[in-house]
Design a protein around this ligand. Sequence first.
Ligand code: ADP
Length: 487
Amino acid sequence: MFDKILVANRGEIAIRIIRACREMGIPSVAVFSEADRDALFTRYANHSCPIGPAAAIRSYLNIPLIIEKAKESGSDAVHPGYGFLAENPEFASACESAGIKFIGPSSRVLELLGDKVAARREMQKNGIPVVPGTDACVEGYEHARSVAKRIGYPIILKPAGGGGGIGMTIVDDEKRLHGALESAYKIAGTTFGIPDVYIEKYLPNPRHIEFQILVDSRGNAIHLGERECSIQRRHQKLIEESPSTAVSGEMRASMGRLAAEAAGSVGYEGAGTVEFLFSKGEFYFLEVNARVQVEHPVTEMVTGIDIVKEQIRIASGLPTSVRQENVRIRGHAIECRINAEDPLKDFVPTPGKIHSHHPPGGPGIRIDSGVCGAAAIPPFYDPIVSKLIVWGGDRKEAIHRMRRALYEYIIDGVDTNILFHRAVMENERFVEGDLGTHFIDTETTLIEDMERIARREKTLREKLPAQSLEKKKIAAIAAAAYRGKPA
Ligand code: ADP
């Protein structure tokens, strides 16, 4: 096992990794930018060291500096979390050359899967159905035109090296193809450094369903069931759950096995996610995410398997701690991403200072948060405050529990999207499990629902005694108790 692990990330995921290290008895090292000097994760690690300015490009993305800190601190492994350097083959390769274990797949596999067109080809070879589209990158307008004609409009143009939903363009008809292609090339080049674009058929309102896989160095490739991540805004996930209401036990077993084996066949090692779109009863491969994902806790809640510990075990050469036949899906879990953003103002980010953070508790609740009592949500990074995850014996109980937890959640100081989550948890279609990636666009009453919940809450609060009265009452009780008299 490793002597020490450097955590090359920040916020809630850094804390998640540090927690796994502590439970495994492995000392951890946090690295932090100037913006994160007082952040909770720097206090939870055994050691922490500054890595420069707030701008990620000079701190969390600074490969030579992170390698240097790993060496200096005597770390023999690096956990990259998600985002930042997590799927960067150059970083994995720098770790490999420095003799530090990168907790994730090899740089070669990261390179292969980072090219989404190559990944599509590999998966197809292994019998995995892909969304109809190009087998290679688009070679100009005429090529794009003939592909579009073959598969039919609407189509979606995607950057081959892309991620985070950035730069994807939907094209409804041929008239728009030329302009869309030009701008897609531009975005692909400027944002991802690879000016390559590919085409997929644009599926109408599919579900997003993904399989969690674990592959160890001894050839065990297993899956931990699926997550449904159809509640998205601008292709970014907001609510995830496991299991999916659309997946039968049989489908889970066959698709899960296929996904795990396909990853194993390209030499994948570690935890990963094979993402699919699901439409009219069919799965279509999207991409492999070669890292731990934001939404991994829902899988942990229903399987009882600690995915981060599995990553660390696998990286150190140990086998997965479970075999496929022992993986059981029990109950239902839902995750709401609590972001500092205003859902009533088109989800504009609202970074700032949190005055108080009082997360919900009680049965079946898990909070993965990067903040404590009073903390800052810096404007430089993702505006995530925490992930609220609930477990219930079934989906209905999980929804009721999530409603209760969202009601209890107090965050003062910054606006958050809690109101949005509350509206979704009360939404009829959501409750029925009738989901699709266009859910937010098509459920036009969500804004009204949020306003209604906000009004209801305000009326409730107004009925409560004023805070100053409360304070006076508490002072009177304390004074009476001190004098030994009943208040
Ligand atoms: P990224 O890696 O940038 O996140 P993905 O390929 O994983 O991009 O797609 C993200 C989301 O975009 C999907 O969950 C889905 O909502 C939408 N999407 C992607 N491809 C298609 C498609 N071919 N048809 C319909 N929606 C799509």
